[in-house]
Design a protein around this ligand. Structure first.
Ligand SMILES: NC(=O)C1=CN([C@@H]2O[C@H](COP(=O)(O)OP(=O)(O)OC[C@H]3O[C@@H](n4cnc5c(N)ncnc54)[C@H](O)[C@@H]3O)[C@@H](O)[C@H]2O)C=CC1
Ligand SMILES: O=C(O)C(=O)Cc1ccc(O)cc1
Length: 362
């Protein structure tokens, strides 16, 4: 199978890497407007071959993955619609918005070409092929947006190809997708950027003051370092849903402002209490909800050499498989929290018992 990937940045590079490493029957051909990225991708084994252009390489491909910023995805679709592609080719993308891309893809569908929108819900504020990581999508949701007439077999083929990313697939409709990501990703990125821009304004005479921030500010603003080109494209192509979510966010803030002005303490309490319940419910639904879940254990770890090794050794000796491990950066200078993820309730329970009081399951 020949898989052509256009755009070898963080996302395209990470998918390419997982395919090149774990799909031996697949030849991964890479394209990028930047030849330096292509050379680096080839050197690191992220791709098998450097392609020439969409025009030359797309007609030979069995699967085409468009992993550039969204407006460039739309331009590639326009071009692909003019090329003599294989009749069984599957075209997909990784763009953060789906309605505009799926509308553009109608010209492919009209010609009998299969287009399945895709969006891995993992990534980072980092970009570029240097940040590509074959394990980036492990345990993350990978949203798929097929067309009304997409053959079930094509959807299965795409899932089988991408299963080496260890992501969890979920099928959504385009507008449903764009509404959900406006709430969970696009507006949070806008808020992170506005928080940072506000400190920039306020502290313009003493920019160092921002270093006084505790962990909360850092947690909330990490994503403000994301790539401006990518985010400009997202705001352009998900205008309606982002404006709707911003309007309800503004209404909440306005209501809170009125409560603050009136000194309405019970209203403040309700505001934070509702947020706390909803936030804690997110953790609980990982095990009880309708979406596929994972099983997390949080363990306090002292900042002491060997403390993580002691925990992982104990679990390995009991033959408990950890599927993901992460240090949650609550504070740099004191105890951290180790998040261990298991694939089932049984492993989670055994690990909780083994690690004793330090461990909290969620
Ligand atoms: N960064 C993230 O966390 C996530 C991004 N996405 C989406 O995935 C897509 C790619 O994002 P990233 O990999 O983060 O961006 P990136 O900036 O790391 O990579 C994009 C790559 O596309 C190349 N490129 C740009 N325009 C091109 C064109 N016209 N032709 C050929 N190559 C071109 C760039 O040289 C770069 O190597 C975007 O549509 C983004 O919305 C989806 C999920 C997460
Ligand atoms: O880094 C993070 O936390 C992100 O939120 C990354 C991200 C950015 C864009 C997407 O469409 C999906 C995921």
């Amino acid at each position: 199978m020949r898989v052509l990937i256009n755009g070898l940045g963080l996302i395209g590079g990470s998918i390419a890497y997982a395919l090149a490493k774990f799909q031996p029957g697949v030849t991964v051909i890479g394209l990028d407007q930047n030849p330096v990225n292509l050379r680096q991708a080839k050197q690191r084994g992220i791709i098998d071959e450097i392609g020439l252009s969409l025009t030359t390489d797309a007609p030979r491909a069995d699967v085409i993955i468009l992993a550039t910023p969204v407006t460039a995805v739309e331009a590639s679709i326009d071009l692909l619609a003019t090329l003599p592609l294989k009749s069984e080719v599957i075209i997909t993308d990784t763009g953060s918005t789906k309605t505009a891309i799926c509308q553009a893809a109608q010209q492919l569908t009209d010609k009998g070409i299969t287009f399945i929108g895709g969006h891995p819900m993992a990534g980072s504020h980092k970009s570029g092929v240097q940040a590509a990581n074959w394990d980036l999508f492990r345990s993350a949701f990978y949203l798929l947006v097929p067309g009304a007439n997409t053959p079930e077999t094509a959807l299965t083929t795409l899932k089988e190809l991408l299963q080496v990313t260890n992501a969890k697939f979920l099928v959504l409709a385009p507008q449903q997708h764009d509404h959900i990501v406006a709430l969970l990703s696009h507006v949070p990125h806008i808020l992170a950027a506005s928080l940072v821009n506000t400190t920039h304004e306020d502290f313009k005479d003493c920019p160092d003051m921002v270093r006084l921030a505790a962990g909360g500010f850092r947690d909330m603003t990490r994503i403000a370092s994301s790539d401006p080109t990518m985010w400009a494209d997202i705001l352009t192509t998900n205008k309606t849903e982002i404006l709707a979510v911003l309007a309800s966010y503004e209404a909440q803030l306005k209501a809170l402002e009125a409560h603050i002005a009136a000194g309405d303490t019970p209203a403040f309490f309700d505001f934070f209490a509702q947020a706390k319940v909803t936030r804690e419910h997110i953790e609980a639904t990982k095990r009880t909800g309708t979406l596929p879940g994972f099983f997390d254990l949080h363990v306090n770890i002292p900042d002491k050499t060997g403390s993580i090794a002691a925990i992982t050794t104990k679990l390995a000796q009991a033959e408990i498989n950890i599927i993901n491990i992460q240090i949650l950066e609550t504070r740099d200078d004191i105890n951290g929290v180790l998040q261990l993820t298991f694939s089932n309730q049984h492993d989670l329970q055994q690990a909780t018992e083994l690690l004793g009081q330090k461990a909290v399951a969620s």
